[in-house]
Design a protein around this ligand. Structure first.
Ligand code: BGC
Length: 751
């Protein structure tokens, strides 16, 4: 492989169209091995003799292109046994088209570019290499336009013309070996219903909100058009609804050749459940012509869960599909509107759950590598990685978003136990903590920052995206928390953490002095007078559910203070009709804060709550993925808003780490990570009847199953060889288990 192969581009600007780059090659002698390496600024599809090579789609994936782009490797030995034609379709993808809101075009580059290297080893040991250069021919293609946000036009009647010889292109980025997973096609869903809406639209329902595209197989008249629009939901009247896509058009146009055609976009994807046939040349709609193809990173499924409550099972289904749809090479907020970005806050919230459901080790190695590359010299981590906002826009340097720099490496270490990876991430963790240390007017607090806050919590002004909890309090709490994770990571790596330990003590002490009185958070804080931005902390509330959750879960209180804090939290939840008010910041830890402090029953009550805000509200209202807001679809059938209302936003799906780790009771332990030593502490509840969960850990399959028969609860536990479990049952019985199968029974346990 030659990392210095030339980058080439078309002699004529392709605009939004995809062009094809071609080169013929005839091996001189019998071929022993042939390997193809390829990447692009844009998205490429490799073909040999007209047949697509490899199982990947949307290659080369999305990295921080300013720093690096990954090349893919294909074993093409079987393909290169005579004369071949190499050809590459090349579309705009993330690097060239609109990305990072609909007003940012060409963020990384204004032209697509291709980089290819074919290495051939002959039977006699000699070698030959073909690389991209000015001898490649460039042709137009049937893809006359493609945008990640707006969709693709494939016109099989468009003339294919030679544009000319390729020209060399300067591309200043590192070409690196693929480190993430392949992006591949997965489930193929058939339509479940053809709907004729009150507005007279013909709509196909695939029954599942998802990410990917619709494949259409048809035979019609040459020049006939099929135009598809996509949507996640229907509106109150049952009509097709796309306002929540904002500026993203999500329009695929297929122009028929007159023969047997198979269409699907090659350079973009959509987030959808419904498809509207805006133009369709046939009288009847044959469901067999349509398949919705799920597209995401090729991750091995590791976690499984089922219980006796169908609504919770549906919730878990929705969580898993939220992950599928948003783990498309980069962990994104949503897959459909003009965003689909690597929001760091959403990622840190969900990463622990993600690592239960799927093996995400490689996926995170790649993305965290980009987080480190994009971290500023001062240690700041912005809201989106890869950064892609144009016009000099940067996202906020926000607490609970930037903390991904400490939280995600730590969670990956717990799940996979990779010390080297932790060591690689340690400088990033340190820099983030150092950044917070210097961020505000007070050394040991983070005051006066401009944050996203307890995003989408329900206790702020209803129209606002921010909850009531003081941003200063959240920021200072996360300052302490991330420092504590850094210390744990450093100690595992035998680093001297004395200075950070001192820092941690000071941060916790400052937090307690500034935000708490008599073991309780203050109700309101006075303005400091230093605010550079009046919007920094509009509410200044300390006594909120989220504040209590953070204090309890991050250990910012003394042991003596816990009972009163937990009691206060329980009281606030009860006073709110057994419902939470928490947003992105408080929700992930809410049930833990309750069950760790004697309120497991209330945690279950919240889990099973069906009125908004609750996890089951979206399930009760037909959700098949997680929603961005607790009430994305309101009780009266109207929408939260049209400007920010995704029906595939996984953040609140983080509740699964409580279901798996506490209700079923399996959690990894830092002393011996990767589930080599595991804590098994089930919290059974008759409301679920039974719960059965397992994880294919690095050590093998670990399974816990509890079920009730009358008033007796039985526990079945299976551990692979080499795993040690610290078992604690609700009765207080505890014992250490080693590889094997176990069964326990307890009488009269319920919460
Ligand atoms: C995204 C979020 C993200 C947020 C920043 C939104 O537009 O969809 O999920 O974290 O902006 O607060």
């Amino acid at each position: 492989m030659n990392p210095n192969a030339k980058w080439i581009t078309s002699p004529r600007d392709a605009g939004a169209a995809a062009y094809t780059f071609k080169k013929s090659f005839r091996p001189e002698k019998p071929v022993r091995a042939a390997t193809l390496y390829a990447t692009a600024i844009g998205v490429y599809v490799p073909y040999i003799n007209g047949k697509k090579v490899g199982r990947g789609v949307l290659a080369p994936g999305w990295t921080s292109y300013r720093h690096r782009v990954q090349y893919q490797t294909y074993d093409v030995t079987d393909w290169v046994q005579g004369k071949i034609e190499l050809s590459f379709g090349l579309g705009q993808g993330w690097a060239v088209g609109y990305i990072g809101y609909a007003d940012t075009n060409h963020f990384f580059a204004d032209r697509t570019a291709l980089w290819v290297c074919l290495d051939v080893t002959y039977a006699d040991g000699t070698t030959e290499r073909v690389t991209t250069d000015e001898n490649w021919d460039v042709y137009t293609s049937a893809v006359t336009s493609s945008e990640i946000y707006h969709g693709e036009t494939v016109d099989l009647t468009a003339p294919i013309e030679l544009v000319g010889k390729a020209v060399e292109r300067m591309v200043e980025t590192a070409v690196v070996e693929q480190m993430g997973e392949w992006i591949t096609e997965h489930e193929r869903l058939a339509p479940v219903e053809i709907i004729h809406t009150p507005a007279g639209e013909t709509v196909i329902d695939f029954g599942q909100n998802m990410t990917g595209y619709v494949e259409v197989r048809v035979k019609g008249e040459r020049g006939d058009r099929i135009v598809l629009h996509h949507a996640e939901v229907l509106d109150r009247e049952g009509n097709f609804y796309t306002e929540n896509y904002r500026a993203a058009r999500n329009e695929n146009v297929f122009v028929l050749s007159g023969g047997e055609d198979v269409f699907k976009p090659l350079y973009c994807f959509q987030g959808f459940r419904y498809v509207k046939l805006v133009e369709y040349p046939f009288e009847a709609v044959d469901p067999d012509c349509f398949r919705a193809v799920a597209v995401h990173s090729e991750l091995k499924r590791t976690g499984r869960f089922v219980c006796g409550n169908e609504k919770i099972n549906q919730l878990y289904h929705n969580i898993v599909w939220g992950q599928k749809g948003n783990y498309l090479d980069v962990p994104t907020d949503c897959p459909q509107r003009d965003e689909r970005l690597g929001w760091t806050g959403d990622t840190q919230v969900f990463c622990r759950t993600a690592a239960i459901n799927y093996d995400v080790e490689k996926f995170f190695q790649k993305w965290l590598g980009d987080v480190a590359l994009e971290q500023t010299r001062e240690g700041a981590v912005y809201g989106i990685v890869p950064h892609c906002l144009g016009k000099g826009n940067l996202t906020r340097i926000s607490t609970a978003w930037g903390d991904v720099a400490c939280i995600a490496p730590w969670q990956m270490y717990l799940a996979y136990g990779n010390r080297e990876e932790l060591r690689k991430n340690l400088p990033m963790m340190k820099k983030w903590v150092d950044y917070m240390h210097g961020a505000g007017p007070e050394e040991f607090l983070w005051l006066d920052g401009v944050h996203y806050g307890d995003w989408l919590a329900m206790d702020g002004n209803v129209e606002e995206t921010r909850g009531a909890t003081s941003n200063d309090l959240i920021a200072s709490a996360f300052f302490a928390y991330s420092t504590s994770l850094l210390i744990r990571a450093g100690e595992i790596l035998d680093e001297d953490m004395t200075a950070y330990k001192k820092l941690y003590e000071k941060v916790v002490a400052a937090f307690r002095t500034y935000f708490m009185k008599d073991g309780m958070p203050l109700e309101y804080y006075p303005l400091t007078g230093n605010e550079k931005n009046a919007n920094a902390d509009p509410y200044r509330c300390g006594l909120t559910q989220t504040a209590l959750v953070l204090i309890l879960h991050f250990g910012l209180c003394t042991e003596d203070e816990r009972a009163a804090l937990a009691e206060k939290l329980a009281e606030m939840i009860r006073a709110n009709g057994n419902r939470m008010t928490t947003g992105f910041v408080g929700t992930p830890y809410l049930l833990h804060a309750l069950s760790d402090n004697g309120y497991t029953d209330l945690a279950y009550t919240l889990l099973l709550q069906e009125k908004s805000p609750s996890w089951l509200y979206s399930v009760m209202h037909g959700g098949t993925t997680m929603w961005e807001h607790w009430n994305s679809l309101k009780e009266d059938g109207t929408f939260w808003s049209k400007s920010m209302n995704s029906f595939n936003h996984y953040a609140y799906g983080a509740v699964f780490d409580w279901i798996f780790g506490v209700a079923v009771g399996i959690s990894p332990m830092a002393q011996e990570p990767a589930y080599k030593r595991v804590q098994i502490a089930p919290h059974p509840s008759k409301t679920l009847g039974f719960a059965n969960a397992s994880i294919d850990s690095r050590q093998g399959n670990i399974r816990v199953h509890w079920y009730y028969k009358g008033d007796t609860v039985y526990y079945e536990i299976e551990l692979p060889e080499g795993v040690t479990a610290d078992l604690t049952l609700p009765s207080g019985h505890s014992e250490t288990l080693v590889g094997g199968s176990y069964c326990f029974a307890e009488y009269g346990v319920d919460l």
